[in-house]
Design a binder for this molecule. Structure first.
Ligand code: URA
Length: 241
């Protein structure tokens, strides 16, 4: 936070509005390091200075930890702020006042389950491959892959310089009339555009991609573009896996 005006800091701590805090300061009700301060422009360093109002210490309360899931529609970028001015997933979460960030990312043209939080340990747990949280994707592709190609996906394919770890792959639909098929793919990693690249590596093209689940957590009835808080049970299940 650094050095900040006294009334601004008091307002951020929830004492009163900034204007009202100016009055409280002028009225001699605020002390900094034991001394009454009435000067209007006084600045403080909240990490170093002791600030008191009516002899009670004024402190920032730690931000409440929040855990949110969104059913991301296609066309939104997973970032807090987009330099190119495109729509971001944060625009769909306007009602949330805590400063949450996306947990991992989904491509602009990928839809489905995206988590958000302000809890660093939780973010690390979900995104770090060593924790092996399973991510389940439904992918519609051009053509119908052979069993051999499906086995390749299962055992690992090389994308960029990286060999993917063993994955569960299920052929959900093969539509030879329209020459498309649908696969369910479960992976533990989250390399950039991993599923699309895995499909490319077996000589097919992705038509659409949706993330259905992270661990046991599924979209389960959450409408596209809508969000909800995770329950305590869901948070613990993801953290204790
Ligand atoms: N794999 C992809 O290709 N894209 C995503 O958004 C997520 C996984």
């Amino acid at each position: 936070m650094g050095v900040i005006r006294l009334q601004k800091y008091m307002a951020e701590c929830g004492v009163a509005s900034r204007r009202k805090c100016e009055e409280l300061i002028a009225d001699g009700l605020v002390k900094v390091n034991g001394e009454i301060v009435t000067e209007p422009g006084a600045k403080v360093d909240p990490l170093a200075d002791k600030i008191e109002f009516r002899n009670m210490q004024v402190e920032l309360k730690p931000e409440k930890k929040v855990y949110v899931m969104l059913n991301k529609p296609v066309g939104y970028v997973t970032t807090v702020k987009d330099e190119k001015g495109r729509s971001t997933v944060m625009e769909l979460l306007k009602d949330i006042k805590e400063r949450i960030v996306p947990v991992g990312r989904l491509d602009m043209y990928t839809s489905g389950l995206l988590l958000f939080s302000n809890d660093g340990a939780f973010i690390n747990k979900i995104t770090h491959p060593s924790h092996e949280t399973t991510k389940t994707y439904i992918v519609k592709i051009k053509g119908v892959p052979t069993n051999e190609k499906l086995d390749k996906l299962r055992s690992g394919v090389v994308i960029d310089d990286f060999k993917t770890s063993p994955a569960n792959v299920e052929l959900l639909l093969e539509d030879r009339t329209n020459n498309v098929s649908r696969l369910k793919i479960e992976i533990h990693e989250g390399k950039n555009r991993q599923v699309r690249k895995m499909i490319e590596a077996i000589g097919h093209t992705t038509i659409s991609l949706r993330r259905e689940a992270i661990g046991n957590l599924t979209l389960d009835g959450l409408e596209k573009g809508k969000w909800r808080y995770l329950t305590d049970f869901e948070i613990n299940e993801l953290l204790n896996k």
